[in-house]
Design a protein around this ligand. Structure first.
Ligand code: UT7
Length: 329
């Protein structure tokens, strides 16, 4: 019997209209365009403006485009997984809000939180429901409204992050294309270096936590950088070796977009040339769960069925991993 694999049969992105440039950030904090570009590779990021608009809003826009593009009826969706660190609310799940808004009346859904590795974890999770034959159409989102948890007085974080959402449709394929393999890792010892101090059950919101600015992302950048560089490169090299892939076999590396220097180190370690590395960091910054599906969306016209892609991420948790995908149905 031919193995059923989970193929990405459609991808759609959404980024908000508002462009936050390095020049504008120079007026907000003590930073400069030269430092930001040379240390991160970021020139601008998108910010979602508008009262009451959260992560679900961006996912809904992406889903509408995806349905149109793939000729999919919302009522045919079986499952919605939303990878996000910035849900609309603590509960209910953002996936439920999306499902109601798009008319996915026969789907169940849940959120998955793995910081910047969220989309990778969600794609791996969604693929299992397809491979077992249980479901036929799984919607996976990678989306974050990072501007909702960023302190725009903290130059160590505000220059990095942006808002955006990507959506993919997973369907069964018996051609051999689809998700081939993944290696996922996490280590909670990394928590002190990248986290949000308050707002969870251990330290609920109080006037004091708000006054102390504890509801913003906190990052010790240099430490995270050190772990990101080695772990993302190692796991990417590991998945290639495990699947007997050489650099020539890989059509594209699809890396999480946290810092151009981390991406370059990963590509170097894999022996992948720069023209085979998907990039959107210059225009969107770090959209956390959004980076990888937004890359796939923008590079989709360059992809051919059967292309070998390596998706790789590192983020808060720490969480990291790599996934080997053959493009197309
Ligand atoms: O996506 C999830 C995982 N996150 C990541 O992978 C992010 C990993 N970390 C990074 O990308 C980098 O560490 C940052 C971009 C956050 C920072 O770059 P860095 O080269 O590691 O800088 P640093 O934190 O070591 O700081 C170097 C200097 C410091 O000044 P002194 O102490 O040398 O005088 C900082 O105060 O740069 C200063 N600095 C800045 N200067 C201008 C820090 N932020 C800025 C800034 N503008 N925005």
């Amino acid at each position: 019997m031919t193995k059923i694999r989970a193929a990405i049969t459609g991808v759609q992105g959404y980024v908000p209209d508002y462009v936050l440039t390095n020049a504008e950030l120079e007026k907000m904090v003590d930073t400069n365009d030269e430092w930001i570009v040379s240390r991160t590779g970021i020139r601008e990021r998108r910010i979602l403006k508008g009262e009451g608009l959260g992560t679900s809003y961006m996912c809904i826009q992406a889903a509408k485009g995806l349905f149109e593009k793939t000729n999919t009826r919302p009522e045919d969706i079986d499952l919605i997984i939303c990878a996000t660190t910035t849900p609309d609310m603590v509960f209910p799940a953002t996936a439920n809000l999306i499902g109601a808004a798009i008319g996915a009346t026969n789907a169940f859904g849940y959120d998955l939180q793995a910081a910047c590795s969220g989309f990778l974890y969600a794609l791996a999770t969604g693929s299992q429901f397809i491979e077992t034959g249980r479901y036929k159409k799984v919607l996976v989102f990678g989306a974050d409204k990072m501007s909702s948890i960023i302190n725009y007085e903290d130059r160590a974080t505000c220059i990095i992050f942006g808002d955006g959402a990507g959506a993919i449709l997973l369907e069964p394929s018996e051609t051999g294309n689809g998700v081939q393999d993944f290696i996922l890792r996490s280590d909670g010892n990394g928590a002190p270096y990248l986290h949000m101090k308050a707002g969870g059950s251990a330290r609920p919101a109080t006037h004091a936590t708000v006054d102390a600015k504890e509801h913003y992302a906190y990052q010790e950048g240099a430490t995270v950088f050190k772990f990101a560089v080695s772990n993302m490169a190692d796991v990417s090299a590991e998945i290639m070796a495990k699947n007997h892939l050489t650099a020539d076999d890989v059509a594209f590396l699809v890396p999480h977009q946290a810092n151009k220097r981390i991406i370059d180190a990963t590509a170097n370690r894999m022996g992948i040339a720069t023209d085979k590395v998907m990039l959107n960091i210059e225009r969107y910054g770090n959209t956390t769960s959004g980076t990888i599906p937004l890359c796939l969306w923008e590079y989709e016209p360059q992809l051919k069925a059967g292309d070998n892609l390596i998706l790789a991420a590192f983020g808060g948790g720490f969480t990291w991993g790599a996934l080997y995908l053959k493009w197309g149905k």
